[in-house]
Design a protein around this ligand. Structure first.
Ligand code: CAA
Length: 258
């Protein structure tokens, strides 16, 4: 499939999707979000892919929703047409792991999209922020919800109300990103991490992803019960047989296709 606003590559069992609107700092418009949904669904359904990397350019993961496209919107364009809701959240239904690789500006809707990834690896050049207040709107893709859950209320309020940006080091300290790497190594490191994930059982990786996400939607007791069901079910999978027999035989496990 051909995409106008994305660049797509595969490396073994890893798919890389790059947001690609260089003239607009990868500002997220309808076409790009439609394409992103389609590309993610394509790879989620592809048995040869075990992990997806979502990246932008060296300058910007994404500088937010496309302000030029929405500047003249009225309420009638947003609410009945379900702006954002109609095509930004396909990523939440992707069952395979999605690693965000962030360099440069990651702002507004860009930061919100990044927070919908399973974990983030940041270049030391990355800058994160929710500057929507500066353009007279609230965040619209989960910024007021995922940011406090990720970095805590104080930092989230600070970013959301002052519109200040944080650098990669502060993003790592606050738990927004899992690792920071030199900018020129970002894609190499993200691919290496994704290759490790893709070498595991995709069934088990999906179950872990689903269980972790459940933690944000339910109580601790219910969440642990949910996890326990997956743990018990794992004993009905070839992955458990292969993983444990490989350990006992002191050989590497081969989870290919499991
Ligand atoms: N939408 C549309 N175009 C954008 C954009 C955006 N979010 N961000 C940058 N661009 C465009 C600029 O208009 C500019 O285009 P031209 O060359 O045609 O003038 C080009 O990208 C380069 O940008 P700058 O010249 O501004 O580059 P800079 O290095 O001086 O600044 C920046 C970079 C700090 C990212 C600055 O562009 C900026 O502040 N962008 C807007 C960030 C923002 O407010 N994001 C939130 C949007 S609202 C939102 O996302 C809603 C939501 O929650 C869903």
């Amino acid at each position: 499939m051909q995409y106008a606003d994305l660049l797509i590559e595969t490396h073994g069992r890893v798919a890389v999707i790059r947001l690609n609107r260089p003239k607009a700092m990868n500002a997220l418009n309808d076409n790009m979000m439609n394409e992103l949904g389609a590309a993610l669904q394509q790879f989620d359904a592809d048995a040869n892919i075990g992990c997806i990397v979502l990246a932008g350019s060296e300058k910007a993961f994404a500088a937010g929703a496309d302000i030029a496209a929405m500047a003249n919107y009225t309420y009638a364009d947003t609410y009945p047409g379900n702006y954002i809701g109609r095509n930004w959240e396909h990523i939440l239904n992707i069952r395979k792991p999605v690693i965000g690789a962030v360099a440069g500006f990651c702002l507004g809707g860009g930061c919100e999209l990044a927070m919908m990834c399973d974990f983030l690896i940041a270049a030391d050049s990355a800058r994160f922020g929710q500057p929507e207040i500066k353009v007279g709107v609230t965040p619209g893709a989960g910024g007021t919800q995922r940011l406090p859950r990720t970095i805590g209320k104080a930092k989230a309020m600070d970013l959301l109300l002052t519109a200040r940006m944080i650098d990669a080091a502060e993003a790592e300290r606050t738990g927004l990103v899992s690792r920071v790497v030199p900018a020129d190594k970002l894609m190499e490191e993200a691919l290496a991490a994704a290759t490790v994930v893709a070498s595991m059982s995709v069934t088990v990786a999906m179950a872990i992803k689903d269980s972790v996400n459940r933690a944000f939607e339910t109580t601790l007791t219910e969440g642990v019960r949910y996890e326990r069901r997956y743990f018990h079910a794992a004993f009905g999978t070839p992955a458990q047989k292969e993983g444990m027999s490989a350990f006992l035989a002191k050989r590497p496990a081969n989870f290919d296709g499991l």
